[in-house]
Design a protein around this ligand. Structure first.
Ligand code: SF4
Ligand code: SF4
Length: 502
């Protein structure tokens, strides 16, 4: 007796009266949902992942997709998700892979925080008429500045550490060539150059066609050390050591061999078609002292000219770890929350391991302040930043800047279908198949990503102006501008925010 088939996830219908048999749905669907037979378009709904490419490309708006047209029998404990996972694993005996971020309906802390606005006694600032300082510096800040006075001339005596200068506190996080297409990486590179910010390479090396944008790149050194050599390190504006990732804390990475084409193999420095497996730990880092050695080695290799970041997944003891990182000579700590997107992660990790970035950033900021080492590192928040209000809230909780990931992909056309790991992204983003990659025009996509960063920056300056704040520096860690709404007392204690009305 077999388990039999499970209900289809999505049901597709074609309005036959509107369909003109142009065949675009057949051409555009890489999952073979559509098949043309003489004068009929046949549909196999079971193969549909709801990427919406067919809907977007149909010239007659003839296609509609419904979620779960035949559902599971309802049960509050044995949910359809639980049952489907069991059927799946009973059949295959394998770990279930999933894409994108945590899909559990946990409450989102951002949505239970509200921002402040000035009224009467503390006038707001109009960002259209008054200067707003959105510029952000990432790196160590001196405790004090010393000057030399010489015959009326004043010069700075303090040696400043290398910092990245951002025109906006919004950067694009690490998505490697291999996980996403070269056209997607180029689009992001062009967008960050236009908006005066930075992007991460991910752990896939740096493709030569991105060299013109190298001064906008944060080059990543992860546990697999793919693509890392001295040329790579010297090209980047900053270096990031990736210890962990919010979507899958505690485990390494896996790029399937099918995605390792000739070009990807060159940048990663691995054979074509071989799986790129990053180990869970760095095999040379088992303590803060080991981490310090790597940070200082990377600095030494690049003549102490580049800031070095350390990225960790948001976990229960992030604050203590971040304090160690701040003492390791690193210049920034990146905290990646459990809603962070990913190309492929075991579903059980994606949905059950880690903590929200809001709580992690607040506790890291508090710990660094309490130990008097907040100026030693900048804090970059990532994992689940969805809109400009999230940026304002996380900065008020203590971050200096954010990385966005999924939001940038959505700006390029991603429909969050969650099947990046299959390598068939119909939008040309998470794929290496040449015909699919060609669907993404970097000129167009880069404009969309730049527009998004620009729009969020404008909204951020409006939010700051309304709160009577005219610089990111004054918003950073300014929890008095936040109030918890329907948040439990213990979470508010961790965030160190008051409830609404207080
Ligand atoms: S794309 Fe639309 S109009 Fe063209 S064949 Fe498919 S359903 Fe018909
Ligand atoms: S990048 Fe492509 S495959 Fe991945 S979620 Fe977005 S649309 Fe789906």
């Amino acid at each position: 007796m077999t388990i039999g088939s499970v209900p289809v996830r999505f049901g597709i219908t074609i309005d036959r009266a509107r369909c003109m048999l142009c065949g675009r749905c057949v051409e555009n669907c890489p999952y073979d949902v559509f098949r043309r037979d003489e004068d009929t378009i046949h549909v196999n709904s079971r193969k549909c992942v709801a990427c919406h490419r067919c809907v977007a490309m149909c010239p007659r708006d003839a296609i509609s997709i419904r979620q779960r047209p035949v559902d599971y029998r309802d049960h509050p404990v044995w949910t359809e998700e639980v049952r489907e996972a069991i059927y799946n694993q009973a059949r295959t005996g394998k770990i279930i892979l999933a894409g994108m971020g945590n899909a559990k309906p946990y409450p989102v802390i951002f949505d239970r925080l509200v921002l402040d606005a000035c009224q009467v006694t503390n006038p707001s600032i109009d960002p259209l008429r008054e200067p707003m300082e959105l510029r952000t510096y990432i790196g160590k800040k001196p405790k004090k500045l010393e000057f030399r006075y010489d015959n009326g001339d004043i010069s700075l005596e303090t040696t400043l550490s290398p910092n990245l200068e951002l025109a906006t506190p919004i950067m694009v996080g690490h998505m490697s060539y291999g996980a996403i297409s070269l056209n997607a990486q180029k689009s992001i590179a062009m967008a960050v150059k236009e908006t005066g910010t930075f992007m991460g390479t991910g752990e896939g090396g740096l493709h030569p066609s991105l060299y013109p944008y190298q001064d906008r790149m944060i080059v990543q050194v992860a546990s697999g050390r793919f693509g890392v050599n001295i040329d790579y390190l010297e090209r980047g504006a900053a270096i990031e050591i990736k210890i962990g990732q919010g979507a899958k804390p505690g485990i390494g990475g896996h790029l399937p061999g099918e995605k390792v084409c000739e070009d990807v193999s060159c940048t990663r420095m691995i054979p074509v078609g071989s799986d790129a497996i990053s180990p869970a730990p760095h095999h040379d880092i088992y303590s803060i002292e080991d981490l310090k050695q790597l940070v200082r080695s990377l600095k030494e290799a690049t003549s102490w000219q580049k800031p070095v970041f350390v990225k960790i997944a948001a976990v229960h003891n992030s604050a203590a770890i971040a304090a160690g990182i701040a003492r390791s000579s690193a210049d920034a700590v990146v905290i990646d929350g459990f809603r962070g997107g990913t190309g492929a992660a075991p579903r059980v990790f994606r949905d059950h391991v880690g903590i929200p970035v809001e709580a992690a950033v607040a506790s890291v900021d508090a710990k660094l302040r309490s130990q008097g080492i907040r100026n030693e590192v900048s804090i970059i928040a990532s994992g689940g930043i969805r809109e400009s209000a999230d940026v304002a809230k996380i900065i008020a909780l203590g971050a200096d800047a954010v990385y966005i990931g999924t939001a940038a992909l959505v700006a390029m056309g991603c429909r969050v279908c969650g099947t990046c790991y299959r390598g068939l992204c119909p939008w040309g983003i998470a794929t290496q198949r040449p015909d699919l990659v060609a669907r993404l025009d970097p000129e167009v996509a880069s404009k969309q990503v730049a527009n998004l960063i620009h729009a969020w920056t404008l909204e951020l300056s409006e939010l700051m102006g309304a709160a009577g704040i005219n610089s990111i520096e004054s918003l950073r860690g300014n929890r008095d501008r936040l109030r918890g709404y329907l948040l439990d007392e213990s979470t508010m204690r961790v965030l160190d925010v008051k409830p609404v009305g207080a």
